[in-house]
Design a protein. Structure first.
Length: 129
């Protein structure tokens, strides 16, 4: 899924209003691994699984914000919305559901890991425990 980038400037009541660009790109595990390697700390690796799932194994450098936790939005507010985000859960369900929440939180560039953490493991990419 690719939502096109757009930037619209219009006048509302005599004031200019900027509509912020937002894009979501579904990426395969191999592409995600390449992005993480090339961009390093410039990408937020956002794991929205439960703390137990995260503890059992996660991507190196990942930040854990449990999507099912009532504090999820508050946890997102601690992150830099101007950085690109590699978003994932276990298989893609929770991360797909979280896309609109990230958009509302101001994140503009989201890379959605196809098949989630399970796809990452199937591809035999490195996992930290």
């Amino acid at each position: 899924m690719l939502l096109p980038l757009c930037l619209v400037l219009f006048t509302f009541g005599g004031e200019e209003v900027e509509v912020v660009a937002f894009k979501v790109v579904d990426v395969a595990p191999a592409s995600a691994a390449k992005m993480v390697k090339e961009r390093g700390a410039k990408v937020i690796i956002l794991d929205i699984r439960t703390p137990g799932e995260f503890k059992a194994g996660h991507l190196k450098g990942a930040v854990n914000c449990d999507y099912n936790n009532a504090a999820f939005v508050a946890e997102l507010a601690k992150l830099d919305p101007d950085k690109p985000v590699l978003l994932h859960c276990a298989s893609g369900g929770r991360s797909t559901a979280a896309l609109n929440t990230l958009k509302k939180a101001g994140f503009k560039e989201i890379y959605h890991l196809k098949a989630g953490f399970n796809g990452w493991k199937t591809g035999k990419f490195p996992v930290v425990k």
